[in-house]
Ligand binder design. Structure first.
Ligand SMILES: [Zn+2]
Ligand SMILES: [Zn+2]
Length: 236
Protein backbone atom coordinates (compact mmCIF):
# COMPACT_ATOMS: atom_id res chain seq x y z
CA UNK A 1 0.00 0.00 0.00
CA UNK A 2 1.33 3.44 -0.95
CA UNK A 3 1.37 5.30 2.37
CA UNK A 4 3.10 8.44 1.08
CA UNK A 5 3.88 9.42 -2.53
CA UNK A 6 6.47 6.90 -3.74
CA UNK A 7 6.62 5.11 -0.36
CA UNK A 8 5.04 1.66 -0.23
CA UNK A 9 4.47 -0.57 2.77
CA UNK A 10 4.54 -4.27 1.94
CA UNK A 11 3.47 -6.85 4.51
CA UNK A 12 1.59 -7.06 7.74
CA UNK A 13 2.07 -6.80 11.47
CA UNK A 14 4.54 -9.69 11.58
CA UNK A 15 6.89 -8.56 8.85
CA UNK A 16 7.09 -5.40 6.86
CA UNK A 17 9.28 -4.12 4.06
CA UNK A 18 9.25 -0.63 2.59
CA UNK A 19 9.66 0.16 -1.06
CA UNK A 20 10.83 3.57 -2.26
CA UNK A 21 9.62 3.83 -5.82
CA UNK A 22 10.18 6.91 -7.87
CA UNK A 23 8.72 6.84 -11.38
CA UNK A 24 12.00 7.87 -12.99
CA UNK A 25 14.38 5.79 -10.90
CA UNK A 26 15.07 2.23 -9.89
CA UNK A 27 13.56 0.82 -6.74
CA UNK A 28 15.01 0.87 -3.25
CA UNK A 29 13.82 -1.78 -0.83
CA UNK A 30 14.23 -1.37 2.93
CA UNK A 31 14.26 -4.82 4.56
CA UNK A 32 13.14 -8.03 2.90
CA UNK A 33 10.83 -9.84 5.33
CA UNK A 34 11.30 -13.44 6.50
CA UNK A 35 12.40 -16.26 4.14
CA UNK A 36 9.87 -16.57 1.30
CA UNK A 37 8.88 -12.89 1.49
CA UNK A 38 10.57 -12.32 -1.87
CA UNK A 39 7.40 -13.82 -3.42
CA UNK A 40 5.17 -11.33 -1.56
CA UNK A 41 7.39 -8.50 -2.77
CA UNK A 42 7.35 -9.85 -6.34
CA UNK A 43 3.53 -9.97 -6.35
CA UNK A 44 3.31 -6.46 -4.95
CA UNK A 45 5.64 -5.14 -7.66
CA UNK A 46 3.53 -6.76 -10.37
CA UNK A 47 0.43 -5.12 -8.90
CA UNK A 48 1.96 -1.64 -9.13
CA UNK A 49 3.39 -2.28 -12.60
CA UNK A 50 7.05 -2.61 -11.62
CA UNK A 51 9.48 -5.52 -11.92
CA UNK A 52 11.89 -7.14 -9.43
CA UNK A 53 14.83 -6.41 -11.75
CA UNK A 54 14.13 -2.71 -11.18
CA UNK A 55 15.28 -3.10 -7.56
CA UNK A 56 18.63 -1.32 -7.42
CA UNK A 57 19.38 -1.68 -3.75
CA UNK A 58 18.19 -3.65 -0.76
CA UNK A 59 19.01 -1.88 2.50
CA UNK A 60 18.78 -4.12 5.57
CA UNK A 61 18.08 -2.31 8.83
CA UNK A 62 19.52 -5.26 10.78
CA UNK A 63 20.37 -8.94 10.90
CA UNK A 64 17.13 -10.47 12.25
CA UNK A 65 15.53 -13.17 10.11
CA UNK A 66 12.25 -11.26 9.69
CA UNK A 67 14.16 -8.42 8.02
CA UNK A 68 16.92 -10.18 6.03
CA UNK A 69 15.19 -13.51 5.24
CA UNK A 70 14.00 -12.62 1.74
CA UNK A 71 17.19 -10.84 0.69
CA UNK A 72 19.21 -13.75 -0.74
CA UNK A 73 16.39 -14.82 -3.09
CA UNK A 74 15.75 -11.23 -4.19
CA UNK A 75 19.44 -10.57 -4.73
CA UNK A 76 19.63 -13.71 -6.89
CA UNK A 77 16.63 -12.61 -9.02
CA UNK A 78 17.74 -9.02 -9.47
CA UNK A 79 20.93 -7.11 -9.93
CA UNK A 80 20.41 -5.28 -6.71
CA UNK A 81 23.15 -4.54 -4.21
CA UNK A 82 22.59 -5.48 -0.58
CA UNK A 83 23.60 -2.97 2.10
CA UNK A 84 24.03 -3.60 5.83
CA UNK A 85 26.06 -2.23 8.72
CA UNK A 86 29.41 -4.05 9.26
CA UNK A 87 28.42 -5.00 12.83
CA UNK A 88 25.44 -7.02 11.54
CA UNK A 89 26.88 -8.18 8.20
CA UNK A 90 28.70 -11.29 9.53
CA UNK A 91 25.38 -12.75 10.73
CA UNK A 92 23.59 -11.79 7.51
CA UNK A 93 26.19 -13.33 5.20
CA UNK A 94 26.65 -16.48 7.27
CA UNK A 95 30.19 -15.92 8.57
CA UNK A 96 28.70 -16.05 12.06
CA UNK A 97 25.52 -17.80 13.23
CA UNK A 98 22.52 -15.48 13.08
CA UNK A 99 21.53 -15.74 16.74
CA UNK A 100 17.85 -15.79 17.63
CA UNK A 101 16.71 -13.62 20.55
CA UNK A 102 17.78 -14.63 24.04
CA UNK A 103 15.51 -16.21 26.67
CA UNK A 104 12.48 -18.46 26.28
CA UNK A 105 11.31 -16.88 23.05
CA UNK A 106 14.74 -17.44 21.55
CA UNK A 107 14.76 -21.08 22.64
CA UNK A 108 11.41 -21.70 20.93
CA UNK A 109 12.55 -19.89 17.79
CA UNK A 110 15.81 -21.81 17.76
CA UNK A 111 13.86 -25.09 17.71
CA UNK A 112 11.11 -24.04 15.32
CA UNK A 113 12.79 -21.62 12.93
CA UNK A 114 14.94 -24.02 10.92
CA UNK A 115 11.71 -25.90 10.06
CA UNK A 116 9.38 -22.98 9.28
CA UNK A 117 11.97 -20.50 8.14
CA UNK A 118 15.10 -22.16 6.84
CA UNK A 119 17.38 -19.14 6.81
CA UNK A 120 19.41 -18.45 3.72
CA UNK A 121 22.42 -16.22 4.34
CA UNK A 122 22.76 -13.26 2.01
CA UNK A 123 25.93 -11.74 0.71
CA UNK A 124 26.34 -8.11 1.76
CA UNK A 125 27.71 -6.04 -1.13
CA UNK A 126 28.17 -2.68 0.58
CA UNK A 127 28.53 -1.36 4.11
CA UNK A 128 26.15 1.10 5.71
CA UNK A 129 27.65 3.85 7.86
CA UNK A 130 26.14 6.52 10.08
CA UNK A 131 25.45 9.77 8.15
CA UNK A 132 25.92 8.08 4.79
CA UNK A 133 23.38 9.28 2.23
CA UNK A 134 21.87 7.82 -0.93
CA UNK A 135 20.66 10.19 -3.59
CA UNK A 136 17.37 8.91 -4.99
CA UNK A 137 16.06 10.45 -8.21
CA UNK A 138 12.80 12.21 -7.38
CA UNK A 139 12.77 11.23 -3.71
CA UNK A 140 16.02 12.99 -2.86
CA UNK A 141 18.34 12.19 0.00
CA UNK A 142 17.96 8.99 2.02
CA UNK A 143 20.14 9.33 5.12
CA UNK A 144 21.47 6.47 7.24
CA UNK A 145 21.35 6.84 11.03
CA UNK A 146 23.10 4.16 13.09
CA UNK A 147 20.64 3.21 15.86
CA UNK A 148 22.37 0.47 17.90
CA UNK A 149 20.94 -1.54 20.77
CA UNK A 150 18.24 -3.73 19.24
CA UNK A 151 21.21 -5.13 17.32
CA UNK A 152 24.67 -3.58 17.32
CA UNK A 153 24.54 -2.75 13.62
CA UNK A 154 20.93 -1.57 13.48
CA UNK A 155 20.40 1.37 11.11
CA UNK A 156 17.37 3.60 10.55
CA UNK A 157 16.74 5.75 7.48
CA UNK A 158 15.54 9.30 7.08
CA UNK A 159 13.82 10.49 3.90
CA UNK A 160 13.40 14.27 4.36
CA UNK A 161 11.44 14.79 1.11
CA UNK A 162 8.62 12.74 2.61
CA UNK A 163 9.22 13.82 6.20
CA UNK A 164 9.68 10.11 6.83
CA UNK A 165 11.76 8.17 9.36
CA UNK A 166 12.08 4.44 8.70
CA UNK A 167 12.85 2.94 12.10
CA UNK A 168 13.14 -0.81 11.51
CA UNK A 169 13.10 -2.31 15.02
CA UNK A 170 14.83 0.68 16.69
CA UNK A 171 11.30 1.40 17.89
CA UNK A 172 8.43 -1.10 17.92
CA UNK A 173 4.82 -0.08 17.32
CA UNK A 174 3.22 -3.53 17.52
CA UNK A 175 1.07 -2.46 20.49
CA UNK A 176 0.10 0.96 19.17
CA UNK A 177 2.66 3.04 21.10
CA UNK A 178 6.08 3.44 19.50
CA UNK A 179 8.68 2.37 22.05
CA UNK A 180 12.09 0.72 22.41
CA UNK A 181 11.88 -2.95 21.34
CA UNK A 182 11.40 -5.46 24.18
CA UNK A 183 14.37 -6.70 26.14
CA UNK A 184 13.89 -10.31 24.95
CA UNK A 185 14.69 -9.38 21.35
CA UNK A 186 17.44 -6.80 21.95
CA UNK A 187 21.20 -7.31 21.95
CA UNK A 188 21.51 -4.50 24.52
CA UNK A 189 18.36 -2.86 25.89
CA UNK A 190 20.27 -0.17 27.81
CA UNK A 191 21.94 0.90 24.57
CA UNK A 192 18.59 0.65 22.73
CA UNK A 193 17.05 3.05 25.27
CA UNK A 194 20.02 5.42 24.92
CA UNK A 195 19.41 5.38 21.17
CA UNK A 196 15.68 6.03 21.68
CA UNK A 197 16.53 9.15 23.71
CA UNK A 198 18.57 10.52 20.79
CA UNK A 199 15.64 9.96 18.41
CA UNK A 200 13.73 12.82 20.07
CA UNK A 201 16.01 15.14 18.02
CA UNK A 202 14.85 13.70 14.70
CA UNK A 203 12.58 15.98 12.74
CA UNK A 204 10.09 13.69 11.01
CA UNK A 205 6.29 13.83 10.96
CA UNK A 206 5.91 10.32 9.55
CA UNK A 207 7.27 7.15 11.15
CA UNK A 208 7.27 3.57 9.91
CA UNK A 209 8.34 0.46 11.81
CA UNK A 210 9.30 -3.15 11.22
CA UNK A 211 6.34 -4.09 13.41
CA UNK A 212 3.11 -2.15 13.80
CA UNK A 213 1.22 0.53 11.93
CA UNK A 214 2.81 3.70 10.57
CA UNK A 215 2.45 6.98 12.47
CA UNK A 216 1.54 9.56 9.85
CA UNK A 217 1.60 13.24 10.83
CA UNK A 218 2.24 12.95 14.54
CA UNK A 219 5.76 11.52 14.39
CA UNK A 220 7.60 14.21 16.34
CA UNK A 221 5.37 13.82 19.39
CA UNK A 222 5.64 10.02 19.16
CA UNK A 223 9.46 10.18 19.09
CA UNK A 224 9.49 12.50 22.09
CA UNK A 225 7.11 10.22 24.02
CA UNK A 226 9.28 7.17 23.22
CA UNK A 227 12.37 9.08 24.42
CA UNK A 228 10.61 10.02 27.66
CA UNK A 229 9.68 6.37 28.27
CA UNK A 230 13.29 5.31 27.56
CA UNK A 231 14.57 7.93 29.98
CA UNK A 232 12.29 6.52 32.70
CA UNK A 233 13.45 2.97 31.93
CA UNK A 234 17.02 4.16 32.50
CA UNK A 235 15.98 5.73 35.81
CA UNK A 236 16.44 9.36 34.78
ZN1 LIG B 1 14.72 -7.16 14.98
ZN1 LIG C 1 11.72 -7.39 13.47
Amino acid sequence: MEILPGVHRIGNLASTAYLLADRDDGLTLIDSGPPGFDKTIGKYLTRIGRRPDEIQRIILTHRHFDHMGGAAALRAQTRSKVYAHPLDAPQIDGREPNRPPKGAMGAVMKAVMPVIFPLRPCRVDESLADAQAFDLVGLGELRVIHTPGHTMGHCSLLLPSRNLFILGDALNNAFGTPQTSFDAVNDDTRMANETTITLAEIDAANLVFGHGNPVLGNGRAALKAAAEKARKALGR
